[in-house]
Design a protein around this ligand. Structure first.
Ligand SMILES: C[S@@+](CC[C@H](N)C(=O)[O-])C[C@H]1O[C@@H](n2cnc3c(N)ncnc32)[C@H](O)[C@@H]1O
Length: 395
């Protein structure tokens, strides 16, 4: 991300602090100049109770702060979903691959797709369409994309407030291989509107083997709303969840209690600009917290994740959906089961330290989000098999 970080810093300084743009590097004084707005924007996006003005990107301080602080921290989340979907493998031979970034803001999703293709399939043509209600942030999106693009990638933008009713008008009959809705759904207060928007996208704007990636802030409320949306979408047979769920039944965590939320963490090497801003505003963005759904429109052409990973369906397969809970003398985990494996509930497993053995040693390094094979029910004994099958956030 070094190149992108430099590019964002240079761009923000030139566009939003032109008096100082002549100085080459992004200095401590520049960080101090932007820090108050970053603190405000960060509070607006990361607090459970925060409210935001309707079209907040009308304010230039909001745009510059978002560019500096949120593009780099949302980018890895999109990259991770693209990588786990193996998009360049999935769409190998397609020319062009078409990406829709809905509610793109500064184009975080399009940038991630473009950089991903640059790294993995540089000579495949990539056409991105970014749609947002705010023309100013779209100008930023085009500028950033232009600074990073290859000869094989291009982007177009459309300024319009999206709703499920005007989707056909905005997108006409266009279909896309990848649709990204990053941090967009929670901007619709009406859950019904979210559902109709996603259903329309899946039904009319996705190619038959395309996938829709919805990423939301890993906050309790936004994530539980995403979990509820997932359950509602699954009421119709033509929607399939590719990830993070390993099954298509109701979300067992949603009914488990009113408190838990299915979120994940990404490790990252915090870019210098984020670390510098964190130091001033008192944040600690050491991990990236988020929730996500990858959806497809039809079952037949989109094999289940177990199939794709070559690990077959297993009654012993689970996604780890809690942090490992370590207390005196034991470790506990909450597991969400795979298809065909008592999917109506979360499975709690416990291993006493004295039962630690080679067969279950992976319990000592397991993380939230990983896919595991677990042969025990409840208590894991020394000889019980527990193995990490796919590491963090694998689909
Ligand atoms: C939190 S930002 C996310 C930006 C980018 N997707 C990201 O994740 O970094 C949400 C974006 O959605 C846009 N947005 C919200 N409601 C919208 C609507 N009804 N139509 C179009 N854009 C909308 C906002 O203008 C903003 O740019």
């Amino acid at each position: 991300m070094d190149g992108l970080e430099r590019c964002i810093c240079d761009y923000v300084k030139a566009r939003y602090f032109p008096r100082r743009a002549a100085t080459v590097a992004f200095t401590e004084a520049d960080v101090r100049f932007f820090a108050p707005a970053v603190a405000e924007v960060s509070a607006a996006f990361t607090s459970e109770r925060a409210g935001r003005a309707k079209n907040y990107f009308n304010r230039r301080e909001f745009r510059s702060a978002y560019l500096l602080y949120f593009v780099l921290s949302n980018f890895p989340k999109a990259w991770q979903c693209l990588a786990q979907l193996d998009v360049t493998g999935r769409f190998a031979g397609r020319n062009p691959v078409r990406v829709l970034d809905l509610g793109c803001g500064p184009g975080t999703g399009m940038l991630a797709a473009m950089e991903y293709w640059k790294a993995h399939a540089q000579e495949q043509r990539l056409e991105c369409l970014g749609v947002d209600q705010n023309g100013e942030i779209l100008a930023d999106a085009r500028a950033l994309f232009g600074m990073r693009k290859t000869a094989f990638s291009r982007c177009e933008t459309r300024t319009v407030a999206i709703g499920w009713k005007n989707l056909a008008q905005i997108l006409r009959r266009e279909r896309f291989d990848i649709i990204m809705a990053m941090n967009l759904l929670n901007e619709f207060s009406d859950m019904g509107a979210r559902e109709r928007l996603v259903r329309s996208l899946l039904a009319y704007h996705l190619t038959p083997d395309g996938a829709l990636i919805a990423i939301e802030p890993g906050l309790q409320r936004t994530t539980r709303e995403l979990m509820a949306l997932r359950d509602t979408l699954l009421m119709e047979r033509d929607v399939r969840i590719v990830a993070p769920c390993l099954h298509q039944d109701r979300c067992p965590m949603l009914s488990h209690n009113k408190r838990d939320w299915c979120h994940f963490y990404l490790d990252w090497e915090r870019p210098k600009i984020i670390a510098d801003l964190d130091r001033l505003i008192g944040n600690k963005k050491e991990h990236l917290k988020f929730s996500y759904l990858v959806l497809t429109a039809s079952e037949s052409r989109n094999p289940s994740p177990q199939f794709r990973a070559g690990i077959g369906t297993s009654e012993h397969l689970f996604r780890v959906v809690s942090a490992p809970l370590r207390s005196k003398g034991k470790i506990e985990l909450l597991l969400c089961p795979a298809e065909g494996n008592d999917t109506g509930r979360l499975h709690r497993v416990t291993r006493l330290d004295k039962e630690r053995g080679p067969a279950n040693a992976d319990l000592d390094r397991v993380w939230r989000g990983e896919i595991v094979e677990c042969h025990a029910k409840g208590q894991i004994a020394r000889e019980d098999h527990f193995r990490i099958v796919r590491s963090k956030c694998a689909l």
